[in-house]
Design a protein around this ligand. Structure first.
Ligand code: FES
Length: 236
């Protein structure tokens, strides 16, 4: 959930609120008194505000209280108006095409965040595999752990450079491995001993201080990657 700063004039009181909350809730958070006789039902028209910058999505009920000119000048009912991102959004699915009935959209900054996240994941894998002198092709299996992994579409994850370009049958989802591992270690002595043995053989590398990781991260900030040889099966 994205947070936005909302500033109220003339007192210049500023509050940070989550996207989608109403301006009336933001007003209350800023400790500003505003008339709201109907308790935020959109019936009394008392909670009138003017939005002078940014984007706030007014509910269609608000239209009945204001003239066309007032609406053009940003007048809204605070209780019926939600704080919104003012960044342009690409529509991936129109409301009639999505199962929820709401449009599925993505913004430029969200794409930027995705590129950084997938770049960090791939850079971590690449720098670790280089550290032990292997290539991705030499791995028998790549285990993807965590709830996030189970929703991944593997070919698409490879196409954006999140997962290495290997035979996709080598990539296995194992769900929440930490909970499963803890359960097994608690219930089974051999499993516990195996966990202790694996821990003894593990080398810890602090990626935030590891220069090769930073170099790999910069190289991975591209779709799929700056080195197309690493993703030879990906064609656009
Ligand atoms: S509080 Fe009554 S219309 Fe907003």
């Amino acid at each position: 959930m994205t947070n936005y700063k909302v500033k109220f004039l003339p007192d210049e009181k500023e509050v940070e609120v989550a996207e989608g909350i109403t301006l009336l809730e933001a007003v209350e958070k800023a400790d500003i008194y505003i008339n709201g006789l109907c308790g935020g039902e959109g019936l009394c028209g008392e909670c009138c505000l003017q939005v002078t910058s940014g984007k706030a999505r007014a509910d269609k009920n608000a239209i009945g209280f204001f003239s066309k000119e007032e609406i053009e000048n940003g007048y809204v009912l605070a209780c019926q108006t939600k704080v919104e991102d003012n960044e342009p959004r690409y529509i991936l699915a129109f409301p009639e095409e999505s199962e929820t009935g709401e449009a599925i959209t993505i913004s430029e900054s969200e794409i930027g965040n995705l590129i950084k996240s997938k770049g960090a994941v791939f850079a971590a894998m690449k720098s670790l595999i280089d550290y032990v002198g292997l290539t991705f092709d030499q791995l028998n299996t790549i285990y993807v752990a965590g709830g996030f992994g189970s929703s991944l579409d593997i070919p698409k994850a490879v196409a954006i450079g999140l997962l290495p370009d290997v035979d996709t049958s080598k990539i296995q989802f194992i769900g929440n491995s930490s909970i499963m591992g803890a359960r097994m270690a608690l219930l089974s002595t051999p499993a516990f001993e195996k966990a202790v043995d694996i821990a003894k053989k593990t080398t810890n590398i602090e990626l935030s201080n590891y220069l090769p990781f930073m170099n790999e991260f910069m190289a991975a900030l591209f779709l799929p990657h700056t080195d197309s040889n690493l993703f030879s099966s990906v064609h656009y």
